[in-house]
Write a protein that binds this ligand. Structure first.
Ligand code: SAM
Ligand code: FES
Length: 349
């Protein structure tokens, strides 16, 4: 075992922080043994805060229209072969109704940056959801908007916002996105969301093109400083109709290693074991939980649109009904000794 990486893993477990150089050395020093050591400590840390409870979020994919052109994403505007759709208010409310019946107490409304979903369209939908289901939390994941817009959505009832920072290295950000997208703007959005009072989530893809131990070290330092309420990380998976279609996927091993590190940096963080993790490995989501994650996000979108929200190739859960997805995850979690709970699942501070 690499002694240097192991002593850094011990230091992280004790101090919940490392220097950028130390994070870089820890990431570069990955071995299955160091990963195992971190996973055991992350698992214990997560149990101290959340026991064996796993929170579920019902994911509703509102639209696959997007005005952006991220090089990695299957619903980028230049993908002329994407079969575009957007859900109506009625569709969204039906998903919530079904989700509530299945025990979900958080709905995540996610979508591409679709100019159709203005504040005037979204606010009444949010108000209706919150009025019908006052015991539920609503999480939005709709990309970059003005501060005024974030404020209006918050006032209409949104509780949480997920906006992955994608990479905390400005140069790397420039390699993943076209010139009209800005690292500084993304960071400003995260600061705005925090200031308004949302529970905020950041995150990044593991194994994205041009990622290095150094860029990952910057991601980890950013997380240590920002202390997000939620952190979404999952492997990069190529989509064949994008400029990054020929790059390799991120690995389940590196994703789990980073999940453990993030749990140790910020013990109460809400950390999903993502669909992308289940896509690169049939037991990926179970492995993510065992490495320190505590959230799963089954799909609540209508079955007829699921294949169309294709961010990457071979995405799982596109043929299942919501109830099947919910049941499947219940079985998966209990197979490893965890229990899905019906609760809003706010961060425990
Ligand atoms: N438009 C919103 C935004 O930008 O935050 C939300 C939707 S966006 C598609 C959600 C996340 O999917 C992105 O933040 C990105 O990290 C992830 N994603 C996109 N393409 C991916 C790929 N090829 N592999 C893995 N994750 C991907
Ligand atoms: Fe969707 Fe298993 S979680 S089918």
């Amino acid at each position: 075992m690499s002694n240097a990486a192991l002593s850094l893993a011990e230091k992280l477990t004790r101090d919940h922080a490392l220097s950028i150089g130390e994070y870089e050395q820890l990431v570069a020093g990955y071995t299955p043994e160091v990963a195992g050591f971190l996973a055991r400590n992350a698992d214990r840390t997560r149990r101290e805060v959340y026991g064996n409870e796993i929170f579920v979020r019902g994911l509703i994919e509102l639209t696959n229209y997007c005005k952006n052109d991220c090089f990695y994403c299957g619903i980028r505007k230049s993908n002329i072969l994407a079969d575009r759709y957007r859900l109506s208010e009625q569709d969204i409310l039906s998903c919530c109704e079904e989700g509530y019946r299945l025990g979900f107490r958080t709905f995540v409304l996610q979508g591409g940056e679709d100019p159709y979903f203005t504040d005037d369209v979204l606010c009444p939908i949010l108000r209706t959801i919150k009025q019908r289901y006052p015991d539920c939390a609503v999480t939005l994941s709709l990309g970059e908007r003005d501060k005024e817009s974030y404020q209006k959505l918050f006032d209409a009832g949104a509780d949480r916002y997920l906006l992955r920072h994608e990479t905390a290295d400005k140069e790397h950000y420039g390699l993943l996105h076209p010139d009209d997208m800005s690292f500084d703007r993304r960071m400003k959005c995260l600061a705005d969301l925090r200031e308004i009072g949302y529970q905020v989530g950041c995150g990044f893809m593991v194994g994205s093109p041009y990622q290095t131990p150094r860029t990952l070290a910057k991601d980890l330092k950013f997380i240590e400083r920002f202390l997000p309420d939620m952190c979404g990380i999952g492997p990069f998976v190529p989509h064949h109709q994008t400029p990054f279609g020929h790059f390799a996927s991120g690995t389940v091993e590196m994703t789990c290693f980073l999940l453990s590190i993030i749990r140790l940096i910020h013990p109460p963080v809400l950390l999903p074991s993502t669909t992308a993790l289940g896509t690169v490995d049939p037991r990926g989501r179970e492995k993510g939980i065992l490495a320190g994650a505590n959230v799963v996000m089954p799909n609540l979108s209508p079955v007829n649109v699921r294949k169309k929200y294709e961010l990457y190739d071979n995405k799982i859960c596109t043929g299942e009904e919501s109830a099947q997805c919910r049941g499947c995850l219940e079985t998966r979690m209990s197979s490893i000794g965890f229990r899905i709970v019906t609760a809003r699942g706010d961060i425990r501070k």
